[in-house]
Design a protein around this ligand. Structure first.
Ligand code: AMO
Length: 436
């Protein structure tokens, strides 16, 4: 590896010779002295070069370097508390332009999100935007660690399928030799298969695909889905208890590792939620928002985005909580595989998790009894032949089980108060975006 110091490590070092590398962010080319700001993946530092009488090679290189170029600098580190940027500077001895940038930067900090996404690699040089992915790494790692420590098995399920995994809507078809394949909308079938296989507790963090033509802040055509599935449950309550525990682990890790940087760069505090999260049956949620002046205008009896915002506002006011499990969804608005309530088959043993006004997850106890499952398939007007391979899992004894799926980019968007999942997805995919 090329020898160099990370900029973030400089402050802790003693004055003396250093080599740094990074992108030229600004140049102040004055008569007597040249100042630059150099940024690498860890931070930014001021470079300074007193200008000699009649320019020399180094001063000319600095004067001519286009912003955004990648350079390697040898120089002398000096602590000086008058320097605003971290109280240090590097006095430049040699200045190598390793890879020059084109002179015109195609985006600025205030460019539209679409333009920024067109040049995402430049957009991600902005530390505010890169921070999202440091947080993502920590969050995912904490979830994985929690699951591994609790005896879960990690699975990688196929994304090419011969049948729809959620519904016929929002389905991507791809030519597959002599036949047609579908891109997995969710690992639903295969995480349940793991219960039939006797794995007990599993998780997966992987891409899911939805041919969703919408342009909202929360929809993508490809997104990272965080999934878990567990056996031996009594009800969806067991799934919710695991769900909130693993989220707390994730939020705690982010707060511990990035709390200070998030506060500095984004001006927000990461709040670790308390458990248990409030739980409100859907029927009550609809009543509560109606009593507070908003009758959800949906014929199917589900919450709409405004309803989600309102129930979240209520929960914040009443319980001081950012999360709410909305439970007991009506059978008509849930997939066939959700278990129905033994006392009231019009209700499923399921939930949506709403965080700061947006749904981030769906979970449920599943129907594991093959006869009942077949009845529910018929009830929904679905084709049992098409689901043959899935239904097969239930013919040889499956324990009661349940799980959830959660959109990673949505969690990050709400946690970091970003405007859209376009900001919290490394490379966003939407109806009109396949590039870069
Ligand atoms: P559902 O369809 O509700 O449930 O999806 C679960 C979660 O995935 C995220 N999500 C999306 N994120 C971005 N763009 C999209 N187009 C998109 N669609 C869904 C959301 C959503 O809450 N199999 C069930 C889960 C389960 O029961 O285990 C499922 O897929 O955050």
């Amino acid at each position: 590896m090329t020898e160099r110091s990370l900029i973030a490590d400089l402050a802790a070092r003693e004055d003396g010779p250093v080599t740094v590398g990074g992108w030229v962010e600004t140049v102040r080319d004055q008569k007597k002295v040249q100042f630059l700001v150099l940024r690498d993946e860890t931070g930014a530092v001021q470079l300074v070069r007193p200008r000699p009488e009649g320019d020399d090679e180094v001063s000319l290189a600095i004067s001519g370097v286009p912003l955004g170029s990648f350079v390697r600098v040898e120089g002398a580190l000096k602590h000086d508390e008058r320097v605003k940027l971290g109280g240090i500077e590097v006095k430049v001895d040699s200045f190598d332009v390793v890879a020059a940038s084109e002179p015109e930067q195609p985006i600025a900090a205030d460019s539209s999100i679409d333009k920024r996404l067109d040049h995402r690699f430049l957009d991600l040089r902005n530390p505010v935007n890169a921070l999202v992915f440091k947080v993502q790494t920590t969050f995912e790692h904490a979830l994985r660690t929690w699951w591994v420590e609790h005896g879960y098995i990690e699975v990688h399920t196929p994304k090419l399928m011969n049948s729809p995994s959620e519904s016929r809507a929002e389905l991507f078809q791809v030519p597959y030799f002599e036949t047609t394949a579908y891109l997995a909308q969710s690992p639903q079938h295969f995480k349940q298969m793991a219960q039939a296989a006797g794995f007990g507790k599993i998780f997966e963090i992987a891409d899911a695909f939805r041919a969703d033509p919408s342009f909202t802040a929360r929809h993508a055509t490809e997104f990272t889905s965080i999934d878990a599935e567990i056996s031996w449950i009594d009800s969806h309550e067991d799934v919710m208890a695991m769900h909130e525990a693993v989220l707390v682990a994730g939020f705690q890790a982010v707060a511990d590792k990035h709390g200070e940087e998030i506060e500095r760069l984004l001006g927000i505090t990461v709040e670790v939620p308390s458990v248990p999260f409030p739980r409100i049956p859907l029927a009550d949620a609809l009543r509560i928002v109606a009593e507070r002046g908003y009758v959800v205008p949906r014929a199917d009896g589900d919450l709409d985005p405004e309803g989600e915002r309102r129930i979240s506002a209520y929960v914040k006011e009443e319980f001081g909580h950012d999360f709410v499990f909305v439970t007991d969804y009506a059978t008509g608005i849930r997939p066939f595989y959700h278990m129905r309530d033994a006392d009231d088959p019009g209700i499923t043993k399921s939930y949506d998790l709403v965080y700061r006004g947006t749904e981030i997850s769906t979970g449920a106890q599943r129907e594991h009894r093959i006869e009942v499952l077949l009845e529910q398939v018929r009830d929904k007007g679905l084709d049992a032949d098409e689901l043959q391979s899935y239904l097969e899992f239930f013919r040889f004894g499956v324990p009661p089980h349940g799980g959830f799926g959660m959109g990673l980019a949505r969690v990050l968007m709400l946690m970091l108060e970003r405007a859209s999942i376009r900001e919290t997805t490394y490379l966003f995919r939407g109806p009109n975006r396949l590039l870069p």
